[in-house]
Ligand binder design. Structure first.
Ligand SMILES: NC(=O)C1=CN([C@@H]2O[C@H](COP(=O)(O)OP(=O)(O)OC[C@H]3O[C@@H](n4cnc5c(N)ncnc54)[C@H](O)[C@@H]3O)[C@@H](O)[C@H]2O)[C@@H](O)CC1
Ligand SMILES: Nc1ncnc2c1ncn2[C@@H]1O[C@H](COP(=O)(O)OP(=O)(O)O)[C@@H](O)[C@H]1O
Length: 462
């Protein structure tokens, strides 16, 4: 897992480095610029003309410092595009050095390569029209390398910003990279540490980027019998969506459970019971107690139960793991007050389901992270798995981000598989990672795949 930080924490890290660890600001900046310069030197050498865009804050100061290093290193085909404003102390120092060295300044942004130091983590509010025009000018370049973050990248995701090919960021990756569609503006990410005392801080406790190296599945013992490998109850299915519960059920088995009982609509009972040989199949009304089960998955293909009936079943499992997916998610909003306090719900909405839930709960949707916190609170502390090409898991005050784009996973039933994996593992992070890894592996094996093939891949990996 890698820490991610907010802009506020990035600034606190800067202050902490200076005030607690006595590293002078200009020394941090020199070190940041040196690392940055080494990382881009080859591109500067090979570019006919590079323009360093510099705003008036410390992000601009970094850009000026890198330009100066390049210039002093003999790279003369560079220009500085300076955007005046309220100048930081460090910016004035770097600006004066560049002027003294007679590095050429320009008011023209035409260039194949641009180093973007207009605004970094000091950005707040909205960009002025003047800065939007500069952003538009920067975005015409063939290749853009942003310092710390693309200028104008907002933490709530609705950004008017530089579209970088690369972002070289200091200390930690920024949470903003993974919000909304921001990732499309960040390009390739490199993290450099200019000499921040990273291990001694606890600023970034709430945000993590997870990756396949975090997979840590419970080992199934050679002598485990079926009743020890877990028994998952699945509630779902309707005449319209008869496949969803079956996909979830197969995913649960392939994930290592020993027993699955499917509770489904009387309308499709025969189909589910006759076509699936492994699970026990019953009707909705037969689920009266949670005693025999380790976890509940409710919602795949579900259309025939009322909100009250869904909450009643969720509360029946109140001390156990409950995964609420698809058809059951939309029923939660209107009935959230009836969810018992000691419930242990994991909800798995895609973006559309999440937006609908926000509307029902009357929660402001403008900031993804704060809306996740508000939904969790409204649903008695529920864990939320917000699915998209970047999946965000909000659990007990922590945010986990998985950025493994794979268009092959966007296929009918993929969410039913994921919900099954989470219910079987009783762990949203491990479920999301296993689903994604199986998706990657299935993509390599089959190209675009069906969910049956995805499920087989789960079994191979598990
Ligand atoms: N904290 C750190 O991690 C370190 C920071 N450094 C650099 O310093 C940057 C942070 O510097 P600052 O705190 O001076 O901030 P920035 O330089 O990122 O931003 C401040 C500037 O942006 C302008 N600005 C902010 N919001 C705006 C808006 N809505 N519309 C138009 N203009 C706006 C301000 O007027 C000001 O000129 C980092 O991104 C990084 O590049 C490095 O020098 C190394 C250490
Ligand atoms: N481009 C993509 N990159 C990575 N993961 C994706 C992509 N598209 C979809 N997914 C994943 O596939 C799953 C789709 O779930 P969902 O929308 O509920 O599908 P369904 O309703 O068909 O079961 C989610 O886990 C989502 O994160």
């Amino acid at each position: 897992m890698n820490n991610l930080i907010t802009y506020k924490s990035a600034k606190e890290l800067d202050i902490l480095s200076q005030e607690k660890y006595l590293i002078p600001s200009l020394s941090l900046m020199e070190s940041a610029a040196r690392c940055f310069y080494s990382a881009i030197k080859d591109k500067l050498i090979n570019s006919k003309l590079t323009i360093f865009v510099a705003g008036s804050g410390n992000n601009g100061a970094d850009s000026l410092a890198v330009a100066r290093m390049a210039y002093c290193d003999g790279i003369k085909n560079i220009n500085i595009y300076f955007v005046p404003g309220h100048q930081s102390k460090e910016n004035k120092v770097q600006y004066d050095i560049c002027k003294a060295l007679e590095i050429p300044f320009t008011d023209n942004l035409d260039s194949e390569l641009i180093v973007d130091g207009l605004i970094g983590v000091g950005f707040s509010g909205e960009l002025s029209q003047e800065k939007r025009n500069i952003v538009d000018g920067i975005n015409k370049a063939n290749y853009i390398i942003s310092i710390d973050c693309p200028s104008g990248l907002k933490e709530d995701g609705n950004s008017y910003c530089v579209k970088a090919n690369e972002t070289i960021t200091f200390g930690y990756e920024k949470v903003a990279f993974y919000i909304g569609s921001n990732i499309n503006y960040v390009g390739k990410i490199t993290t450099l540490n200019p000499s921040f005392p990273l291990t001694s801080i606890s600023l970034s406790d709430n945000y993590r980027r997870i990756s396949y190296s975090d997979i840590n599945l419970r080992k199934i013992d050679d002598r485990e019998y079926k009743n020890k490998k877990g028994h998952v109850a699945i509630v779902g299915g309707s005449k319209e969506y008869s496949g969803a519960v079956r996909l979830s059920e197969r995913a649960v088995f392939k994930c290592g459970a020993g027993l699955v009982t499917v509770f489904t609509s009387p309308e499709i009972y025969e189909v589910v019971a006759n076509e699936n040989l492994s699970p026990i199949v019953k009707k909705f009304e037969d689920l009266q107690s949670s005693n025999s089960y380790d976890s509940l998955l409710i919602g795949p293909g579900l259309t025939d139960l009322s909100g009250e009936e869904v909450i009643k079943l969720i509360n029946l499992f109140n001390s156990k793991c409950v995964v609420v997916d698809a058809g059951a998610i939309k029923l939660l909003g209107e009935n959230c007050n009836a969810i018992s306090d000691n419930s242990n719900i994991i909800i798995t909405p895609h973006l559309g389901e999440f937006r609908a839930l926000l509307a029902t709960l009357n929660i402001d949707s403008s900031n993804t992270l704060t809306s996740l916190i508000a939904v969790s609170k409204a649903l008695k502390g529920a864990t939320i798995v917000l699915k998209s090409s970047i999946t965000i898991i909000y659990q007990k005050g922590m945010f986990y981000f998985l950025n493994e784009p794979n268009p092959a996973l966007g296929v009918a039933g993929s969410g039913d598989v994921l919900a099954g994996l989470i219910a079987c593992l009783k762990d949203p992070i491990q479920g999301v990672l296993l689903h994604s890894l199986a998706g990657r592996s299935a993509h390599e094996r089959f190209g675009f795949f069906t969910c049956e093939e995805l499920i087989d891949e789960v079994g191979r990996i598990r």
